[in-house]
Design a binder for this molecule. Structure first.
Ligand SMILES: *[C@@H]1O[C@H](CO)[C@@H](O)[C@H](O)[C@H]1NC(C)=O
Ligand SMILES: *[C@@H]1O[C@H](CO)[C@@H](O)[C@H](O)[C@H]1NC(C)=O
Ligand SMILES: [Cu+2]
Length: 230
């Protein structure tokens, strides 16, 4: 056996850390449709998901006016007291809005989120990332029914980018009117972004990622060989 179990597990740890850095997962969440171009409904799909630190939640908007804001479990339909995010209200006339809202997950604590448009959260337009047995979406939605919605003053905690854009390339502008904090169905504060074409820097980043992936394959291959020899 050419590797001790200890060095082998150490190598696996290093590789695992490497993997988590290179392969942050993007979790797609559709806003107001079941994701199948079905009828517009007051839902997030999926309404429940898990995500690791560094993963990206990507909200795709359909029909009419909707938004997403983070909430605390014990205060449904209202903004989280610390941290969180708000996409601004998206108005979508086409089947799917060309822009998405991206949020990078900071912790594995439960993340409850809701739509700030009047009445939507009370009607069940909410979702959760990493629920626990104590903090469930069923309980959140039950408590939501008797609340009044409010929204953060402006977009924060994430970025509005063109769907399919490389991450980190956003120079998203502040939404045109973000002073209204009361929820509204009028679409006030709808997010607008000018998407930028990929730049040379992004191409370099892609090449860098390809190189990292290549070395990752080498490392995994080495581990595989070591395991076979052990
Ligand atoms: C993650 O951290 C950033 C920077 O501290 C903060 O702006 C954002 O609100 C956090 N996101 C969540 C989901 O708490
Ligand atoms: C979440 O979505 C699924 C699939 O549409 C649905 O069956 C379930 O009732 C929803 N959960 C809650 C708590 O609304
Ligand atoms: Cu909504």
């Amino acid at each position: 056996m050419s590797f001790s179990t200890f060095s082998l597990s150490k190598l696996a740890l290093v590789a695992a850390a490497f993997v988590s850095q290179v392969t942050a997962t993007t979790v797609r969440i559709d806003v107001s449709t079941d994701g199948d171009a079905g009828p517009t409904r007051l839902v997030f799909t999926p309404n429940t998901t898990t995500a690791a630190v560094g993963d990206v939640l990507e909200y795709h908007y359909h029909g009419a006016t909707h938004s997403v804001a983070m909430s605390d479990f014990d205060s449904p339909c209202n903004p989280a007291k610390t941290g969180g995010f708000f996409s601004g209200v998206f108005s979508t006339v086409a089947e799917e809005n060309p822009n998405v809202f991206r949020v990078t997950v900071n912790s594995t604590d439960p993340i409850f989120y809701y739509c700030t448009v009047a009445g939507h959260c009370q009607a069940g337009m909410a979702g959760v990332v990493n629920p626990t047995s104590d903090q469930t979406l069923v309980a959140y939605k039950a408590n939501a029914k008797s609340t009044t919605s409010s929204a953060p003053a402006g977009v924060f905690g994430g970025e509005v980018v063109a769907a399919g854009a490389d991450s980190g390339s956003s120079s998203s502008s502040t939404p045109s009117s973000s002073t209204t904090s009361a929820p509204s169905a009028s679409g006030a504060g709808s997010a607008t972004t000018t998407s930028s074409a990929p730049s040379a820097t992004e191409t370099e980043k892609k090449n860098g990622a390809a190189t990292l992936t290549a070395s990752l394959v080498t490392i995994l291959g080495a581990i595989g060989a070591a395991v076979l020899m052990a």
